[in-house]
Design a protein around this ligand. Structure first.
Ligand code: NAD
Length: 250
C-alpha cells in the first residue's frame, strides 16, 4: 500500500475529486480526515471508507476561514498523532461574467475560497509537517491555472495564484522535506461540471477541447494526487502537473 501509516487531510472531500481522493487514500492505507462545508456529504464519505474497512474522520470546516484550517490541523493531530499529507482541494466555480460585469462580491468569494483557502491550508499544514520531519502538500489548481477562460477571470486568477503559491512554498519547505505540488485537472465530470451545472451543449463543446474528446473522471485525478502524496514522488516539489486529456497540448 502506498500510504500505509500516513495521516491525510483532504478539503472539499464530500464530492467529486476530493471524494475520490479520500476513497483512494483510505484504500492505500491512509488515515483520512475528510473535511467539507457540506456535513452530510462528508459524513457519507467517511461511512463509505469505514464500510470498506478503512479509517476516517469527518471534520466540518469552511476553507475560506483561517481559524477552521488551524483547528483542522490541531484536531487531526489530536485524533491521529501527526500530519503527513494534505490535499487542498475545496473549490467553487464562481460567478460567470465578463470582468466588466463581474460583481466585486463574486470576485472576492472565488478568491477567498479557491486561493486564500489554499494559503490558509498550507499556512497551518506545512509547519505541522516540519515538526513531523516530512510531508506532502498537493494543491488542486486547474488547467485554468495556466491558460485563460472567458467569463471566469476570478476563478482563473485564483488558480494561477495557487500555482505561484505552490512554487514559493516548495522553496520555503524543501529543506524540511515537505514537498508542495500543484495538480491541474482538465474538465472533470463532478458536482462542479455536469449537465445540470453547465448544460449539455456546453459540456459537449468542452469535450472537444480535450484530445481524448471526453471529460475526465475524478478517479483519474485522484490517481495523480496519490502518486504525489506517496514516497514515490520523493524528488518532486514545486511542480505543476496537468491531468487534462491533452487540453493544454495545443
Ligand atoms: P465538487 O463541487 O464536486 O466538490 C467540491 C467540494 O468542495 C464540495 O463537496 C463542496 O461542498 C466543497 N466546498 C465548496 N466550498 C467549500 C468551502 N468554502 N469550504 C469547504 N468545502 C467547500 O467539485 P470538484 O470538481 O471535485 O472540484 C474540486 C477541486 O477541483 C476544486 O478546487 C476545483 O476548482 C478543481 N477543479 C475541478 C475541475 C472540474 O472540471 N471539475 C477542473 C479543474 C479543477
Amino acid at each position: 500500500k502506498k500510504l500505509e501509516n500516513k495521516v491525510a487531510i483532504i478539503t472539499g472531500a464530500g464530492s467529486g475529486i476530493g471524494k475520490e481522493t479520500a476513497l483512494l487514500f483510505a484504500k492505500e492505507g491512509a488515515k483520512v480526515v475528510v473535511t467539507d462545508i457540506n456535513e452530510s456529504h462528508g459524513n457519507a464519505v467517511v461511512d463509505e471508507i469505514k464500510n470498506n474497512g478503512g479509517e476516517a474522520l469527518f471534520i466540518k470546516a469552511d476553507s475560506s476561514n483561517p481559524e477552521d484550517h488551524k483547528k483542522l490541523v490541531e484536531e487531526t493531530v489530536k485524533a491521529f498523532g501527526k500530519l503527513d499529507v494534505a490535499v487542498n482541494n475545496a473549490g467553487i466555480g464562481g460567478e460567470s461574467n465578463k470582468v466588466g460585469d463581474m460583481s466585486v462580491e463574486g470576485w472576492k468569494k472565488v478568491i477567498d475560497i479557491n486561493l486564500s483557502g489554499v494559503f490558509y491550508g498550507v499556512k497551518y499544514q506545512a509547519p505541522e509537517m516540519v515538526k513531523n520531519g516530512s510531508g506532502s502538500i498537493i494543491n488542486i489548481a486547474s488547467i485554468l491555472g495556466q491558460v485563460g477562460f472567458a467569463n471566469s477571470a476570478g476563478y482563473v486568477a485564483a488558480k494561477h495564484g495557487v500555482v505561484g503559491l505552490t512554487k514559493s512554498a516548495a522553496w520555503e519547505y524543501a529543506t524540511d522535506k515537505v514537498r508542495v505540488n500543484a495538480v491541474g485537472p482538465g474538465f472533470i465530470y463532478t458536482g462542479l461540471v455536469n449537465e445540470e451545472s453547465m448544460g449539455k451543449e456546453a459540456l459537449n463543446y468542452l469535450e472537444t477541447k480535450h484530445a481524448f474528446g471526453r471529460l475526465g473522471e475524478a478517479r483519474e485525478v485522484a490517481n495523480l494526487i496519490l502518486f504525489l502524496a506517496s514516497d514515490d514522488a520523493s524528488f518532486i516539489t514545486g511542480s505543476y502537473y496537468p491531468v487534462d486529456g491533452g487540453y493544454l497540448a495545443v
